[in-house]
Write a protein that binds this ligand. Structure first.
Ligand code: BG6
Length: 478
């Protein structure tokens, strides 16, 4: 179990709290990781009492927790841990005294800002002026952490005026995904891969985060953001960092984040010809992006593919191809590392030869797959064929796999434990924007329009060319 805590969730009636944070806390409570002395205090604008909030959380659990994990007795106990205070961060002092009274001495205090970033400053300031936060308190902030370098710096400055970096937990939920962390275990707990992990042996890397959903009622946020800001600047960037970084000297928050930062700083500017942006088209009565975003003039991308170079000794000459998009053929996120040819083939009939590919699958069906060449069985002489060495977590770990905490659950537990390894540091976020900004400015100044692509496809045709012209091809999205 983690230490006893008081966790205050600002924005506790919002979508993220109902879908992820509160159901996640319930599951950790069910597993015994959160003990009965801990408390969760919802804070939001709505006038509501404790009973009303408990009802809201009970509904969220019924809706977002798997049926076989809904244990009425445990749910009742969990609801008993909840309290509520009505606070409007943009207005006056109401509620803050009450919140202060609720906080207990000698337990971990954490404050989750599940609200619009415009309110971060106000919340941080009030927590201080009312002496609710202390020097050991933690604050948790959600993406989007700014929309460019300037706004990210401004947010960092506001938070830094009330909290030290060691108290600030910037969430990128991809870092909480099981396989994403597994990436570090695979790289640094095995001798097999690391000697080959560089441009001498790796031909290229593909990172794909494909979604089947569209903008799902978030059109007004998404249209100001687009796939580059919404996914690449954070989630895909983090995946790229974990693949590309040097071994940290220790699995320690700052050691890991120092290495990730070096990768981000080594990212090269991306020229226009290495970027393909797309927007999904209407299909059989299903609205296209322009309708979903309620902006018929929109030039925002719901798909992006880019070829990225990392200018350092390890990666010079190995391109990283990134792509992510909505309304694609399947929900599939994976990292595929394609190795080079052996230096010389001793086989006369190398017709069956294929590169070794290591695929790390993030979702669904988390696991790893390495393709290797073997002899085709039978009397036909020495012919080669490719077979997979496949490890699906579900098969390898059996039913226990269903107890793997989801990304949010794990990250919230890390906040309570005071472990920042899986959270972005301020300088990392700023460096990521410093790379992203000129790319976006580039297409804005050129007036580029995204290409249309069919719903249920694997993205715009032009994205295929991005690889074809290099003599490579994207893996199928399935
Ligand atoms: C969020 C983005 O950060 O990640 C969404 O804002 C996206 O647009 C989501 O759909 C994807 O997360 P996951 O965990 O479903 O892959």
């Amino acid at each position: 179990p983690v230490e006893v805590f008081d966790l205050v969730i600002f924005g506790a009636t919002g979508d993220l709290a109902r879908r992820k944070i509160l159901p996640g806390l319930y599951r950790r409570f069910l597993s015994g990781q959160i003990t009965g002395e801990s408390r969760i205090i919802g804070a939001a604008r709505s006038e509501m009492d404790r009973a009303g909030f408990r009802e809201l959380v009970a509904k969220a659990i019924a809706e977002f927790v798997a049926k076989d994990r809904q244990d009425p007795a445990v749910i009742a106990e969990f609801l008993d841990r909840l309290d509520y205070v009505s606070i409007d961060a943009s207005k006056g002092e109401d509620g803050w005294h009450q919140l202060k009274e609720m906080m207990r001495p000698d337990v971990v205090r954490a404050f989750y800002f599940s609200v619009a970033p415009a309110l971060f400053g106000e919340l941080a300031e009030k927590l201080h002026s009312h002496e609710i936060a202390n020097s050991d308190s933690r604050i948790v902030v959600e993406k989007p952490f700014g929309r460019d370098l300037g706004s990210a710096r401004a947010l960092n400055t506001v938070l830094a005026s009330h909290f030290e970096e060691r108290q600030i937990y910037r969430i990128d939920h991809y870092l909480g995904k099981e396989t994403v962390q597994n990436l570090m275990a695979v790289r640094f707990a095995n001798i097999l891969f690391e000697p080959l992990w560089n441009s001498q042996f790796i031909d290229h890397v593909q990172i794909t985060v494909a979604e089947t959903v569209g903008v799902e009622g978030r059109g007004s946020y998404y249209d100001k953001s687009g796939a580059m800001r919404d996914m690449v600047q954070n989630h895909l960037m983090q995946l790229l960092c974990l693949i590309a970084m040097e071994p940290p000297y220790h699995f320690d928050p700052n050691a890991v984040r120092d290495e990730k930062l070096k990768v981000i700083r080594a990212l090269q500017p991306v020229p226009a010809e290495d970027i393909v942006r797309g927007q999904y088209l209407p299909f059989k009565g299903a609205p296209g992006y322009l309708e979903d975003s309620e902006n018929p003039e929109s030039r925002t991308e719901s798909y992006i593919a880019l070829k990225v170079h990392i200018a350092n000794w390890r990666w010079k000459g190995t391109p990283f191809y990134l792509r992510t998009g909505k309304k694609l053929r399947a929900r599939a996120s994976e990292i595929a590392i394609t190795f080079k040819e052996p230096p010389h083939s001793i086989f006369d009939d190398a017709a069956g030869w294929r590169e070794n590919v290591l695929v790390i699958r993030l979702q669904p069906d988390e696991g790893m797959n390495l393709t290797v060449m073997i002899k085709e069985p039978g009397p036909g002489g020495m012919r080669l064929m490719q077979v997979p060495l496949d490890m699906s977590f579900a098969d390898a770990l059996g039913p226990e796999v269903s107890d793997i905490p989801d990304a949010y659950e794990r990250l919230i537990m890390d906040v309570i434990r005071g472990n920042q390894t899986l959270f972005m540091r301020g300088d990392e976020v700023e460096a990521a924007w410093a790379w992203t900004d000129p790319i976006i400015e580039g297409w804005e100044s050129r007036g580029d329009r995204p290409r249309g692509y069919d719903q249920g496809s694997s993205g715009p045709e032009d994205a295929l060319m991005l690889m074809h012209r290099d003599g490579r091809r994207w893996r199928e999205i399935k």
